[in-house]
Design a binder for this molecule. Sequence first.
Ligand SMILES: [Ca+2]
Length: 527
Amino acid sequence: MIKNKRYLKTALLLLTPLSSYAADCELSIFEQLATDSPYGITLSGAEAIADTGEYCQVEGSIANAEDGKSQIKFRIRLPDESNWNGKFLVVGNGGTAGSFQGENRITAALQLGYATGQTDTGHTSVRGTAENWVMKESDSGTMLPNNVTLDDFSHRAIHLTTVVGKQFVDEFYTQAPEYSYYFGCSTGGRQGLRAMQSYPNDFDGIVAGAPVYSLTRLNMSQLWLGQQIHALNTKEETLSDEQLASIKEAVLSNCDAVDGLADRIIDDPRQCDFDPAELSCESTNAAAACLTDTQLDFVQTVYQGPVTQTGERVYPGAVPGGESGGQRGGWQAFLNSNCTNEAGTGRCDYLSRAWFQDPGMDLLNEFSIDNPEQVAAADSSYFSTVSRADNPDVTPFVQSGGKAIMYHGWADTNVTPYPTIEIYEAMDSTVSRKRGKDDFRDHVRLFMAPGMGHCQGGDGPNNYIQSALTAIDKWVVEGTAPDSILASHEQRGISRPWCPYPQVARLKAADLDSNDAESFHCVTPPE
Ligand SMILES: [Ca+2]
């Protein structure tokens, strides 16, 4: 019935060429779908928009079949039929989500003719207000984990937005999407990993950047770092911008040219042997931005990461090369971040709610990685358990023919890149062992991005969205695995290929232009 109305409208459009595309974007198109849906869909609006091409934007919410308590907001954008490429792309979130995010990915996708989907992941987060959505009050007045919002945030919202989004695409074009993709970074990277692990048939292709496979361990390392910063500040030894810049310059002078090119890009920070002691104010030729002994200890500690007194590593440390500058300001970003218990102003407040449902708990002073009971309690909280994306067995995804591009900036100071290599290698060995063959890299490839910060920024090439999207599409549709991904740095005017791990980019010949990606090829580094 509804579809017949659409056909009628289409016919009218053909008869009246001056009719706008807007005539074909009405909520009524989707009403029957919403009524028949088992997921409890409420439509909130449809609007014809013309910015990145012309598209129909539909918004609504999903209550979810299971318990009907979810409030997962979704936004679907449907390009004009003549521009639709037959595909559907869902983009992920960042941070604690709570709004429609990933607009730069959406814009790139609309330019390529994709229908797109976004979700707020089932709760609203407003900067500066408490993350109360992680808790709920029981009938007896005690605070409990809010399992509905936590499930939605962790994995269910992306899944249901994808399932429902495909139906909206089908309803609008009277044709299901030929291929469906996912693209996200940071929290969005975790959502992409989780999709591979838990919903192996949702997507034909996944692009997952800076994924956080253990959100709680990342958060624990950030809390620990907050405590180190607090201690440094208490001693009035706070690192200045000038000192951070001098650390970065010292790192570069020691490590930049190790890869053969002095270009302010460190190809593989694991090859960087840097001792901050050379910046000591005690040295004979100490510079104005030298470091005190307390500051030197702090810098070493940040590289080392959280390790307990008994020698147990809680999480990997920071990579050298991202100390200063970049789009997110290097270490300044976390040196300026606070960890107070004031509602809505810091990570400590959020984690006290997420891990312990106790906003009154002073994590800065009361939590310690050297207290095994506390660490175990945080690790086993509902929040931590449900938000993990650490199952390396993605065999079902691989067996269903899925393709995935993972990536991580080698100068990411927000989310240290080491765990991404760790989970990638664990996935490779697990899947290869189970399948009894060595074709994992025909399905999943990791691209480490030299000099790039957290999902963006940094001195290295960090403009990659369009080429990553093109690469995953080519892999899925044509079966051509990406041997490199072209990335560029707009301000520096340089381009460079990202190489599939463990390969690195090297000049094909020493006299070629090192600003041009064409001069490079991907090679396996010598042992
Ligand atoms: Ca270099």
